[in-house]
Design a protein around this ligand. Structure first.
Ligand SMILES: Cc1ncc(COP(=O)(O)O)c(C=O)c1O
Length: 445
């Protein structure tokens, strides 16, 4: 494929990964090699651990860094790639972080986090989600939810084990499972079901894989990249199926739980751990401060889980990073204790308006399908498979080249034929982006 010179930026990689690896990952193919150990290059005799060499570079992060590079070179690019709110963190958070610096609150903390933060998290989970965790032994604060997810995977899955990952999925899940030496079982969901997991599909997946040692299922709710929200009734149905498989732990990634747009009682977000005492025992709840409080760069997340699981995650963390940043932790206490609920609700309302705008525009675009509009997080995953014979990667490359609009190809989320749009940006930027997308698709017709 011949690319214009500036587009090679799109394919530039970080120091950590060869260009071909990114190309391959963008093209939705495994970057893995069958060799057990291969050296980094002909000149360099040092071999990279095959577990690492086989891990794909995150297409989202990669595209985002290339967009930044293009922008730095004066090329105007509209980017709807990244999963980061455009509003600043609440003032209470900024004040607490500043105070922590001035107070020289700069020492290591306990591995699991400061006592005030763990208590604030336990209180928040009890008050808003109705799940009770011991702040001393069942909360593990980490450097972002990403780290907490990885520790949850390592806690429950290793070589010889298998992990169920519903697709479309957050791309880090299968890579984390691979890093743990375990195998991913992809549970396909359907666009017509709003990409939600049905109890029938889960049952079938378990039946089809009964020869495997399934130790973990990942449940991202609300979902990145689909924006789908499994409501209480659906979670109860899934729990009923899982009750027949008592050895499977559940990693409930609920980092987008604050961003749910259906107000009805039956659709409000509930934590999977609250579904039943049995599910509580088996669930590791993951949450963080990046999405709800726009604290992405502060790197703060957590796992809440029954003691044996939390203890194992603590052991891993003690050897990896010791603890999350002390200043971020002070800011996290303020986020949970000093931010008014009305401010949180206002952010949800603003995000809902953006979602409505994007959905409205997509509906007007011929041959773009969005069977069930998303009701959570800040993503839409429209089906654009009628274009480019379903080659979403080429579509995204051409969209960037011709219109300077960056979207992430659905292939990287296990959803070929789709593109992921993050609407966590200003309404003005969204309007420009939707105009560009519409023009581009009209020109394709
Ligand atoms: C589904 C999901 N889980 C976890 C994370 C990690 O969030 P962080 O590490 O910023 O807390 C993200 C970030 O994009 C996400 O989309």
């Amino acid at each position: 494929m011949k690319l214009p010179s500036y587009l090679s930026l799109f394919l530039l990689t970080s120091n950590a990964a060869p260009t071909s690896a990114f190309m391959t990952s963008l093209q939705g193919k495994s970057a893995s090699s069958t060799k057990l150990r291969s050296t980094t290059s002909d000149e360099n005799p040092i071999a990279v651990n095959p577990l690492v060499a086989n891990v794909k570079v995150s297409a989202t992060v990669q595209i985002f860094s290339n967009v930044k590079q293009m922008q730095a070179e004066g090329i105007e690019v509209t980017s709807l790639c990244v999963g980061e709110p455009d509003f600043p963190p609440p003032q209470a958070v900024l004040d607490a972080a500043s105070k922590a610096i001035l107070d020289c609150d700069t020492r290591y903390t306990a591995v699991t986090g400061t006592a005030p933060l763990r208590q604030a998290i336990a209180d928040d989970l009890l008050n808003r989600k109705g799940v009770k965790y011991d702040a001393n032994t069942e909360i593990v604060v980490g450097n972002g939810a990403k780290q907490s997810v990885y520790q949850g995977v390592l806690t429950t899955a290793g070589p010889g084990d298998a992990v169920i990952i519903p697709a479309p999925y957050w791309p880090s899940y299968p890579e984390m499972v691979a890093l743990a030496g375990a195998e991913s079982i992809i549970l396909e969901t359907q666009e017509k079901d709003g990409y939600l997991i049905t109890p029938e599909a889960l049952q079938k997946c378990l039946d089809d894989n009964k020869d495997k040692n399934i130790t973990l299922m990942i449940l991202c709710n609300p979902s990145n990249p689909t924006g789908g929200v499994h409501n209480k009734k659906r979670l109860e149905e899934l729990a009923e199926v899982l009750a027949g498989h008592p050895k499977i732990a559940i990693l409930a990634d609920e980092i987008y739980e604050r961003l749910v747009y259906n107000d009805s009682e039956e659709d409000k977000h509930v934590s999977f751990a609250s579904i039943s005492p049995e599910m509580y025992k088996r669930t590791m709840t993951i949450n963080g401060f990046s999405k709800a409080y726009a604290m992405t760069g502060m790197r703060l997340g957590y796992m809440a889980a029954p003691k044996p699981l939390a203890k194992a995650a603590t052991t891993i963390q003690s050897q990896l990073t010791s603890c999350a940043g002390s200043i971020s932790q002070a800011a996290g206490v303020a986020a949970l204790k000093n931010v008014e609920e009305s401010e949180m609700e206002q952010n949800v309302q603003i995000m809902r308006e953006k979602r409505d705008y994007v959905i409205g525009r997509l509906k007007d675009m011929p041959n773009v399908e969005l069977a069930v509009p998303p009701t959570g997080a800040f993503y839409v995953l429209p089906d654009v498979s009628k274009f480019y014979e379903g080659d979403d990667t080429q579509l995204c490359l051409d969209l960037l080249e011709k219109k300077r609009l960056a979207l992430v190809p659905g292939s990287s989320f296990g959803a070929p034929g789709t593109v992921r749009i993050s609407y966590a940006t200003s309404l003005e930027e969204l309007e420009v982006a939707m105009n560009k997308l519409q023009e581009f698709l009209e020109e394709c017709d």
